[in-house]
Design a protein around this ligand. Structure first.
Ligand code: ADP
Ligand code: MG
Length: 247
């Protein structure tokens, strides 16, 4: 089997007496959506933070394409191709959709953000930003003020910004949260098509989205993975039903 794109090995993080993640080992393979589900407080966001570099683990390691990135900070991991989305506050709300995508492309080019104005005239950066918008189904909104987008479209823009970095893997923590039916359906379609470009480690409470999208599901309970399997395997797992699905 080919090497996983992303791997965690025995990640552990305690907050005082509480062990939020306990010996968590998982893989993200090329082309897949691997969903991480579990009750509130199970440690899902803590795990994502350790993978992104926002939180240093007490033990264990994170490997991107086989390279140990555990000692690298979030910015270095992002440059290495680990894209974390859904920090909506990072979008410049008064700027246009295209300007936000350009900021992403500009960040990748290593030039400081004060060069945004010249960047608008830079053909290659502009092409990259426009391609990312097209990819995230936002081509028609390039000139729209970001504040005027719907909630779901802002999430699509976060993905477009990440796409300008040509990511190797996506980390997403509850992207469907707060979206209505239309927004969830649009985002589900987008994630479905994204996995071919970069696999997605997806934390999500919306089980319809998880069952529609996931190639594999891991179930986290009290910081430990209690099961990993396909949608059918997880739905049929008695321990998972008891601990989480409540069916
Ligand atoms: P989930 O995302 O699965 O809902 P979290 O990873 O946010 O769970 O939290 C796991 C546990 O760790 C919870 O009990 C939470 O209260 C605790 N926790 C998370 N972050 C901190 C922190 N910075 N300090 C103390 N406890 C924390
Ligand atoms: Mg969480």
């Amino acid at each position: 089997m080919t090497e996983p794109v992303l791997e965690t090995r025995n990640l552990r993080k305690a907050f005082g007496a509480l062990t939020a993640t306990d010996d968590v080992s998982l893989t993200l393979r090329a082309g897949e959506i691997h969903a991480l589900i579990g009750p509130n407080g199970a440690g899902k966001s803590t795990l994502i933070a350790q993978v992104s570099g926002a939180l240093a683990p007490d033990a264990g390691s994170v490997l991107l394409e086989g390279r140990d990135v555990t000692a690298r900070d979030t910015a270095a991991r992002a440059r290495a191709g680990l894209a974390r989305t859904f920090q909506i506050s990072q979008l410049a709300m008064e700027d246009t959709v295209l300007q936000n995508a350009l900021l992403g492309a500009l960040g990748q080019s290593g030039r400081p953000w004060r060069f945004l104005r010249p960047a608008l005239a830079d053909r290659s950066l502009r092409d990259r930003a426009e391609a990312a918008l097209e990819r995230a189904d936002l081509a028609d909104f390039a000139a729209t003020r970001t504040a005027d987008l719907s909630h779901g479209q802002r999430r699509q823009l976060e993905i477009a910004v990440a796409l300008t970095l040509q990511p190797k893997a996506f980390l997403m923590d509850e992207p469907m949260a707060g979206l209505g039916m239309e927004g969830s359906a649009a985002l589900t379609r987008l994630l479905d098509s994204l996995r071919a470009e970069a696999p997605i480690l997806l934390v999500e409470h919306d089980m319809d989205a998880v069952f529609a999208l996931a190639d594999r599901i891991s179930v986290l309970v009290y910081g430990r993975i209690i099961a990993t399997g396909t949608v059918d395997e997880i739905r049929a797992d008695a321990a998972v039903r008891d601990a989480y699905l409540g069916e």
